[in-house]
Write a protein that binds this ligand. Structure first.
Ligand code: BGC
Length: 321
């Protein structure tokens, strides 16, 4: 009898646990974004990889918020109705974080915020919606670091960005969506790094390019025709806008590395190539692989009933020749 019981026990332990089928809803702020396209594709393929390798199956639905908060809010309502087990959310507007998170939490669905960090009320403190809930977290990179790296790349140049030798670094800034903390911090910290290192700076122009290549090109072209040779450094809050700026720089007959410097953030493959062949001065790796994997890992932890940390950070990396 004992032997039979022991045999049943051993067999039961050897049997695989019942596989679970999970529904994962992913809401992206806008599909038409170079960086978020890389991020979203990696997110999907990592879930597929884990579904193929493990017992559990992740059925992933990814929707395009089309940069429209009302549209994204409807998509979240649909996710709730569809009974998603976890939601990964790239907010269109971080100012709407409270309302959206409240309704997800009220439906007892864990939510992993990605890429667009909601801030506390005084702009610098942690966001209460994350601190208050063990089923809500933010996965991302600290944008201050990316800005600092951009500034440091310029400071480390032989002439420290002062091409004409007048004792100051004259720059133009092309910003992403101004509501986005990544844009705010990159704008602030790139210049702060130069000032902290003891260099004098002069801002010739600071405009909003909303993360978009075409807008980056237009703004850079305008600034170059207005300020000409006085422009020594072009800071772009992301690589998409730097790609546009590179085209404007070429069209104006200027040459990166000789009479102008150009900086971006993201390390899109085409920009890394441009850094290597001298068409861009530098960029900063915004690690979409590390971030998407951390987001998926957090989602799975939540599905397994684990308490989430408030924040999961992934480092930026400086990219120069
Ligand atoms: C990236 C941008 C992207 C934005 C979207 C930023 O972290 O650097 O390229 O457009 O996220 O929110």
């Amino acid at each position: 009898m004992l032997f039979v019981l022991a045999l049943v026990f051993v067999l039961a332990c050897a049997l695989p646990a019942a596989a679970k089928d999970y529904k994962v809803g992913v809401a992206i702020y806008q599909f038409d974004d170079n960086f978020m396209t890389l991020y979203r594709n990696e997110l999907q393929s990592y879930f597929e990889e884990l579904s193929a390798a493990g017992e559990d199956n992740y059925n992933v639905t990814i929707v395009d918020g089309k940069n429209d908060m009302a549209e994204q809010s409807n998509q979240i309502d649909n996710f709730i109705t569809q009974g998603m087990d976890v939601i990964i959310l790239n907010l269109v507007q971080t100012s709407s974080a409270d309302a959206i998170i409240d309704k997800i939490v009220a439906n007892e669905i864990p939510v992993i915020l990605i890429n667009r960090e909601p801030m506390g009320t005084d702009g610098d403190e942690s966001y209460a919606g994350i601190l208050d809930n063990a089923t809500v977290c933010y996965v991302g990179a600290d944008a201050r670091q990316s800005g600092t790296f951009q500034g440091e790349i310029v400071a480390e140049l032989e002439n420290h960005g002062d091409i004409n030798g007048d004792g100051k670094i004259s720059y133009i800034m092309i910003e992403g969506d101004p509501e986005n903390i990544d844009a705010q911090y990159r704008t602030e910290f790139s210049i702060k790094a130069l000032v902290d290192a003891g260099y004098e700076v002069e801002c010739l122009d600071d405009q909003v390019g909303n993360w978009a290549q075409a807008k980056g090109q237009e703004l850079c072209a305008n600034a170059l025709s207005k300020y000409g040779d006085a422009v020594e450094v072009v800071f772009c809050n992301n690589d998409a806008m730097a790609l546009g700026a590179a085209a404007a720089i070429q069209a104006a007959g200027r040459k990166v590395g000789e009479d102008i410097y150009l900086l971006g953030v993201d390390a899109l493959a085409e920009c890394v190539e441009m850094v290597n062949n001298g068409e861009m001065t530098g960029t900063v790796l915004n690690d979409h692989v590390g971030q998407s994997h951390a987001a998926v890992d957090a989602a799975i932890a939540a599905l397994n009933g684990e308490e989430l940390q408030n924040y999961y950070w992934v480092d930026y990396v400086k990219v120069t020749k």
